[in-house]
Each structure stands twice: as C-alpha cells, then as structure tokens.
Design a protein. Structure first.
Length: 135
C-alpha cells in the first residue's frame, strides 16, 4: 500500500508538512522516495496550484523526465525516538511524523517547508483574484 504523508504535491524542491494520520498507529514505515527531475527548464510535474486540465496538458508536453527512486530502511518508532525528539511534537504520532520528515529531508537534501494544501488553495485563489469555496 502506498501512502503519501504530505497529502499534497510540491514543486519537488522541498519536503512539505506531513499529515499525522499515517502515523497514529505507530507502525514501522518503509519509505520509497521518488525524486522527479524534469527535463531542462520544464515546469515540475507536481504543480498542485494549477488547474488539473492545464496540469495534464503541460505534463503531456514532456519529452523526457528523470526519476530517481530510493528505498530507505524501515523506520521503527521507539521510546528512544519519542524521548530524544519530544521537541518535534506533543503526541507520539506527531513526533514520529516529524522525525521521518527530517530523515527524508536529509536523505534527499531538500529543505523542509511548512506548506499545506490550505496554503496552496489560498495561493491559487489569490492568483485568480477570488476566494475558493471550501469543499
């Protein structure tokens, strides 16, 4: 089963905030990371702030993209993690999510940004000059 803890996409240049639902059960996680590198100066495939039809049209203009795939060792939450990283959250599932996010950030050499889907929707509505309705 594949789970996308960011709950959204980014431009591929940073690691977004994780949704904590994936981490509530505190089960071990095997991370499979995909780093998409578009050809030359093409727009990133993960452009969530644009309309879907435009996104699809632009995606089909790609002649070439490079994808690096990585499988990381299984990440097992434990009391050592919760005690030594308690500054990352109040609840165990929050600490677990933020610790794994730090691992991804370090492994991919990408900065962490606290962006969410709500932030992207606000950005999109400002571009269009109107507010989008909550769904």
């Amino acid at each position: 089963m594949g789970i996308y803890p960011e709950g959204t996409t980014s431009n591929g240049k940073f690691i977004s905030s994780f949704k904590s639902g994936t981490f509530y059960c505190l089960l071990p996680i095997k991370s499979c990371l995909f780093d998409v590198k578009p050809y030359k100066n093409c727009f990133p495939v993960c452009a969530a702030a644009m309309d879907i039809l435009l996104h699809i049209a632009l995606t089909y203009t790609f002649f070439y993209s490079e994808v690096d795939a990585y499988v990381l060792p299984t990440f097992n939450p434990n009391e050592f993690l919760f005690e030594n990283f308690k500054h990352l959250g109040k609840e165990k599932h929050q600490i677990y999510a933020e610790a794994l996010r730090l691992v991804w950030s370090e492994f991919l050499n990408k900065p962490i940004i606290n962006s969410s889907l709500d932030t992207k929707l606000e950005y999109k509505s400002r571009i269009k000059g109107r507010l989008l309705n909550d769904s």
